[in-house]
Write a protein that binds this ligand. Structure first.
Ligand code: FUB
Length: 333
């Protein structure tokens, strides 16, 4: 099934796709999305509507060539430790191997992060028998740095259960912090050389304002919610994420991949649908934002479509804010 890519339009329409993690492998763009299911089941703040069961990998030779769906790359039935909800994945390349990192609920209903391997960026992927020891919550994103160290970032509030891990163990009825307390941050851990385990206990990333004060839990315009992504531009690490309740993609910067990160601003205005989730990748000397929205399904939260648009930096390294609907709005800033 193929389709020519157009900016701000669904990359594919034969299936619903979301949470795109884009990478350049073997000279092509590979996109690792969630595969949204069309169903009439429950829809709630716990995220039960996101009932995904497999992954399909998409690729593009370039932006003038058709989008290829490589078919099913991994199914829930192949993953012994997982019971349901294959949410936002990411991929990484190291040791001549492609790794797919993915969250799912275990048999106790707790989100964990698994890893699967392949000799090809298009899969199919072969899962490890157990989840990564010490892993929890959702939305893994992996950065293989220039020195070949690999960092995994993860975590999401609400259905993603990050509030329940504030003490380091799972507390089923734990709530988020007080609104005037520091917001919960995403987690980061160095991966082992073989990419199959954490080298250390995950650490919480601190996101601070320009004065070095932590962003507070009540600061919904800026506080972390889910969907971390880290990329490097001119030697600076950019942590971008969704603010959740404000449905905005924002970013913070640091000279250290483990933070602290200083909040900078917005990347993408809210899209149609409840979630916003993205990745940022360089291809042939330009930068691109991959994101999703629910336009194709008329706004159904769990029937989303992956899209892309060019991302530009200002001279000072800040990111130009993007309007996901440029034809219908005044202008992108
Ligand atoms: O796709 C399921 C969840 O919705 C993801 O894990 C979140 O980032 C949000 O996009």
């Amino acid at each position: 099934m193929t389709r020519l890519p157009k900016q701000n339009e669904p990359l594919v329409t034969h299936i619903y796709t979301a949470d795109p993690s884009a990478h350049v492998y073997e000279g092509k763009i590979y996109i690792y999305p969630s595969h949204d299911l069309d169903h009439d089941g429950p829809d709630n703040d716990n995220g039960d509507q996101y009932a995904m069961e497999d992954y399909h990998i998409l690729s593009l030779e370039n932006f003038e060539s058709p989008v290829v769906d490589h078919g099913q790359a991994l199914h829930l039935d192949q993953i012994p430790w997982a019971s349901k909800q294959l949410w936002a994945p990411d991929a990484a390349y190291k040791n001549n191997t492609y790794y797919l990192f993915f969250p799912a609920r275990d048999h106790d209903g707790i989100f964990r992060i698994g890893v699967a391997t392949s000799a090809s960026p298009a899969g199919p992927f072969d899962p490890q028998p157990d989840y990564i020891a010490g892993s929890y919550s959702i939305d893994p994103a992996v950065l293989v740095d220039d020195d070949n160290r690999a960092y995994i970032y993860f975590g999401g509030l609400w259905g993603g259960q990050l509030e329940k891990w504030q003490t380091g163990t799972f507390v089923p009825d734990a709530e988020g912090p007080a609104l005037d307390a520091p917001a919960i941050g995403p987690r980061v851990a160095l991966l082992s050389e073989d990419m199959l385990s954490f080298q250390e206990q995950p650490a919480e990333i601190s996101i601070v304002d320009e004065d070095g004060n932590p962003i507070l839990a009540g600061d919904e315009q800026r506080r972390y919610f889910e969907g971390p992504w880290v990329h490097k531009y001119n030697g600076t690490y950019y942590l971008s994420y969704s603010t959740g309740t404000q449905h905005t993609l924002v970013y913070a910067v640091s000279q250290n991949p483990m933070g602290p990160f200083t909040f900078k601003g917005e990347i993408l205005s809210p899209v149609v649908g409840w979630t916003t989730h993205h990745s940022i990748v360089e291809f042939e000397d330009k930068w691109y934002l991959f994101y999703h929205d629910s336009s194709l399904s008329g706004g159904v939260n769990h029937k989303r479509s992956v899209k892309y648009t060019e991302l530009k930096y200002n001279e000072d390294g800040t990111i130009k804010k993007i309007n996901p609907y440029p034809a219908s709005a005044e202008s992108a800033e």
